[in-house]
Design a protein around this ligand. Structure first.
Ligand code: DAH
Length: 367
């Protein structure tokens, strides 16, 4: 290059410099246009801005060909020197303007893309956060709790892992009883039982509070049942216990009758069928008249007109004794109801396991 330059006149040199610089600026402009302004990230634009500054220094800076040309003005023959001086100034003006324009353009891009990223369009429709809601079993549990609390019952919460004493012995479940079989009860590796019924809380509550006592205890229980539409190895019960002087079977019947009136309506009837539980004597199974057909028979009550509520009875003297309550002084009634079973009936679920699978599509229906 250098050896060709002496052959060029200063005018030609100026034209050459001007064309080269403009071509380089144009190439950069074309490049940014082709890339699409919108996709240019602020950091890319910053880089281009720096590149432009470097190009400006290289093209017009102190060590540039252009600067050399400017310095050579003084050595030019007098005539034409002024003209050339004017031309060179004009060219410099154009090139500087070109750089300024390109740099401004990048700066504006950086500016707009920053503010686009950082600003919020307050006119956009909002994205509604989806509020959660309670699980149907929890809703059911709370309804049951509310009723008993209004009848003067305390709500007890107790452990799910139990010793044999609370799960069996204290509940008058004898040594050889089939319920103790590991086929029916889950055991931890160190010999504790996952409670197979909330009746365990009867003992804890009487030990803690003594007598008289009135409490319910909702909670999880575990049994080694094979899962099917009406069984799940984990499910929810609510235990009830009322111990005082002079408590009779009439109190039990009145209490559960009141409970179903409040839960399903005042026309709901109850019936008690003789049954057997080791921890009550006498024992009874409780049914209520179907909330759907009122007793005439429908799909929900499977044509019988009655739905099973749970087990109940008069607390066995051995149970009172195990919890240090004197059976000569105190009597009591107890009951155990299935929370998820009742829930499944009310919502007409064909499969109780739906309540434990945590499929949001199912759960969302209980909003
Ligand atoms: N624990 C019994 C069960 O899981 C239910 C039950 C029956 C509880 C009678 C009681 C009761 O408190 O008195 O099947």
């Amino acid at each position: 290059m250098r050896d060709q330059q002496p052959q060029q006149t200063p005018d030609e040199q100026l034209d050459h410099i001007s064309q080269t610089v403009r071509a380089e600026l144009k190439a950069r402009f074309d490049n940014i246009e082709a890339q699409g302004r919108a996709t240019l990230s602020p950091s890319e634009a910053e880089k281009q801005l720096q590149d432009l500054k470097d190009l400006r220094t290289k093209s017009l800076g102190k060590k540039s060909e252009f600067a050399n040309l400017k310095k050579s003005i003084g050595r030019l023959p007098a005539e034409g020197r002024a003209d050339f001086g004017q031309r060179i100034q004009q060219t410099e003006g154009v090139l500087v303007q070109g750089f300024d324009d390109e740099e401004d353009y990048r700066k504006r891009l950086i500016e707009t893309s920053r503010s686009e990223r950082e600003s919020i369009d307050v006119t956009m429709p909002g994205r509604r956060p989806r509020p959660g809601h309670l699980h149907p079993v929890t809703l059911m549990r709370e309804r049951i709790e509310d009723i008993f609390v209004s009848l003067g019952y305390a709500v007890e919460d107790d452990r799910e892992i139990e010793t044999d004493f609370y799960n069996f012995d204290a509940l008058n479940i004898s040594e050889g009883h089939p319920a103790r079989d590991p086929q029916d009860t889950f055991y931890t590796t160190d010999g504790f039982a996952l409670r197979s019924q909330t009746s365990t809380v009867q003992i804890h509550a009487m030990q803690r509070r003594g007598a008289p006592v009135r409490m319910i205890a909702p909670g999880r229980v575990f049994r080694r049942d094979t899962p099917d539409p009406t069984h799940n190895p984990m499910f929810f019960q609510v235990e009830g216990l009322c111990v005082d002087r002079g408590i009779t079977m009439a109190h039990l019947k009145g209490t559960l009758a009141e409970f179903v009136h409040r839960l399903f309506g005042p026309e709901t009837r109850t019936r008690f069928r003789p049954s057997y539980f080791p921890f009550t004597e006498p024992s009874a199974e409780v049914d209520y008249s179907c909330f759907n057909c009122g007793g005439s028979g429908c799909r929900i009550c499977k044509g019988s007109g009655w739905i099973e509520l749970g087990g109940s009875g008069m607390v066995h003297p051995n149970v009172l004794r195990a919890a240090n309550v004197n059976p000569e002084e105190f009597t009591g009634f107890a009951f155990g109801l299935g929370i998820d079973r009742t829930c499944a009936r009310i919502y007409q679920l064909d499969d109780i396991r739906l309540l434990f699978e945590n499929d949001v599509r199912f759960l969302e229906q209980f909003r």
